[in-house]
Design a protein around this ligand. Structure first.
Ligand SMILES: NC(=O)c1ccc[n+]([C@@H]2O[C@H](COP(=O)([O-])OP(=O)(O)OC[C@H]3O[C@@H](n4cnc5c(N)ncnc54)[C@H](O)[C@@H]3O)[C@@H](O)[C@H]2O)c1
Length: 248
């Protein structure tokens, strides 16, 4: 049990990496505040956690709305009395080059993938200062290397990495650690359609040295490590969980 009695917010908890992380955190003793805007799927995840002896609550929220983010952080603290971990993980992908992506699409990706991380961090910090807590953000391999057809997504994820480092530096004095996880191509809701096409699937697989896609549990295990005391001296890193893609 690496997170016994810890209170953890996980966003994007209805699917993919967030769902797997919520379940693993709960198995390790955390009380999980699961956040997503897909309430039906979220409630199914929370029910599974509670049925298996864990403790979780579901909150429907849009992570790009300051009012919603302030709301779920406050609700977490009201319900469980403190906050130890926030995993800013929810995100979307809209493909396109700089010529193709519209201003509206640009704003949507930046708001959901980058502004959300700022908001989650901002509203969690006063509570994390009291617990010497942990901030975890989901960036992407696409925030480290140039990724085709991903001008807005790559910009948002590069921003998440820089934001994480800035926060790690500013709040180290408070005993707060902030780290980012950079998954490579994963088999989740985000990539389902793309990976159903054989050509696309082979194209995405080709540059990955381990020759397999990231599974939700691969990211959940990295999140557990960074969120726990096992990573007590680790802050400001952007950890690739990508089968070796970004080193090759
Ligand atoms: N799957 C990949 O290949 C991959 C690779 C690198 C990074 N990522 C990142 O991993 C994170 C998790 O994505 P995933 O792959 O598990 O995808 P997913 O689609 O399976 O899960 C994302 C979840 O976020 C939720 N969400 C989206 N926008 C939201 C909003 N505005 N408010 C609240 N909830 C919202 C969705 O409803 C969904 O449940 C994202 O930040 C994504 O960019 C994914």
């Amino acid at each position: 049990m690496h997170l016994k009695n810890k209170v953890a917010i996980v966003t994007g908890a209805a699917s993919g990496f967030g769902e797997a992380t919520s379940k693993l955190f709960a198995q390790h003793g955390a009380k999980v505040v699961a956040v997503d805007y897909d309430l039906d799927k979220l409630q199914a995840v929370v029910k599974e956690i509670n049925d298996q002896g864990g403790e979780a609550i579901a909150i429907k929220a849009d992570v790009s709305s300051a009012k919603d983010v302030e709301g779920f952080v406050n609700e977490a603290v009201t319900k469980f009395g403190k906050l130890d971990i926030i995993f800013n993980n929810a995100g979307i992908f809209i493909p396109g080059t700089a010529e193709e992506v519209t201003e509206e699409q640009w704003d949507k990706v930046i708001n959901i993938d980058l502004k959300s991380v700022f908001l989650g961090t901002k509203y969690a910090l006063p509570h994390l200062k009291k617990t010497k807590g942990v901030i975890l953000n989901t960036a992407s391999a696409g925030g480290i290397i140039g990724f085709p057809q991903a001008v807005a997504y790559g910009a948002s994820k590069g921003g998440v990495i820089s934001l994480t480092k800035a926060v790690a530096v500013d709040y180290a004095k408070d005993g707060i650690r902030a780290n980012a996880i950079c998954p490579g191509t994963g088999e989740t809701g985000l990539t389902k359609e793309v990976l159903e096409d054989d050509n696309m699937r082979n194209g995405f697989l080709a540059p990955i040295p381990l020759k397999k896609f990231a599974q939700p549990d691969d990211v959940a295990k990295a999140a557990l490590y960074l969120a726990s005391d096992m990573a007590s001296y680790v802050t400001g890193v952007a950890l690739p969980v990508d089968g070796g893609w970004t080193m090759s």
